[in-house]
Design a protein around this ligand. Structure first.
Ligand SMILES: Cc1cc2nc3c(=O)[nH]c(=O)nc-3n(C[C@H](O)[C@H](O)[C@H](O)COP(=O)(O)O)c2cc1C
Length: 187
């Protein structure tokens, strides 16, 4: 059974969800973070919305779900999210978002928040094992690590495509452990 950790209490976690088949697992991840009494605000890429709906994530997180850089709001969403977050977690993180972050793109809400924040950024990749082993992807991960991003490595197992290999999203326990480690470091 999960024991409550005071490090999470009232912390604002900005959760970036991207277009991976593992996006459905995010509903359970949000539940686990809320159980620890963290505040969770979700931002999604356009592709992520094809895998899980903003309505589902809004209902579970009990917060507005952000998915656009250009909104009718008076405040600038990417700057307000970048400032209010104690931690940014991207789970699942696609090969595409990893490449965009490594190259310094800011052409959607998620990448713009990451470029604008001083908060620690944790990345939990999830993808096909060949994609994960691709030297370009590995080079991008190295680049992100060098810039201070923390990577929560995927695990081996049966992937959605039927292959067996490294690429499954890390477990919720492993993700919570890494968040805890990050909060401890910044205490
Ligand atoms: C059924 C399906 C499953 C996918 N799963 C993954 C995945 O697990 N990891 C990944 O990196 N890309 C995956 N993709 C490809 C991404 O959705 C695609 O690269 C997309 O442009 C990512 O956009 P985003 O990074 O802005 O969310 C999948 C595509 C499809 C059609």
């Amino acid at each position: 059974m999960q024991t409550k950790n005071p490090l999470f209490k009232e912390k604002e976690i900005i959760l970036g969800v991207t277009g991976s088949i593992a996006a459905y697992k995010v509903a359970e991840l949000i539940g686990a973070l809320k159980k620890e009494e963290a505040e969770v605000t979700v931002m999604m890429t356009e592709s992520a919305k094809r895998f899980i709906t903003p309505l589902t994530l809004r209902t579970i997180s009990k917060n507005y779900v952000y998915h656009s850089l250009f909104t009718e709001e008076w405040n600038i969403s990417h700057i307000s999210l970048a400032t209010k977050g104690d931690l940014i977690l991207i789970a699942p993180a696609t090969a595409n978002i990893i490449a965009k972050l490594a190259a310094g793109f800011a052409d959607d809400l998620l990448t713009a928040v990451c470029l604008s924040t001083k908060a620690p950024i944790l990345i939990a990749p999830a993808m096909n094992s060949q994609m994960y082993a691709n030297p370009i992807l590995q080079e991008n991960i190295k680049k992100l690590k060098k810039s201070g991003y923390r990577i929560i490595p995927p695990v081996s197992g049966t992937l959605a495509c039927g292959e067996i290999g490294e690429g499954r999203l890390a477990s919720i326990e492993a993700i919570l452990k890494e968040i805890k480690r990050t909060f401890e470091k910044s205490h």
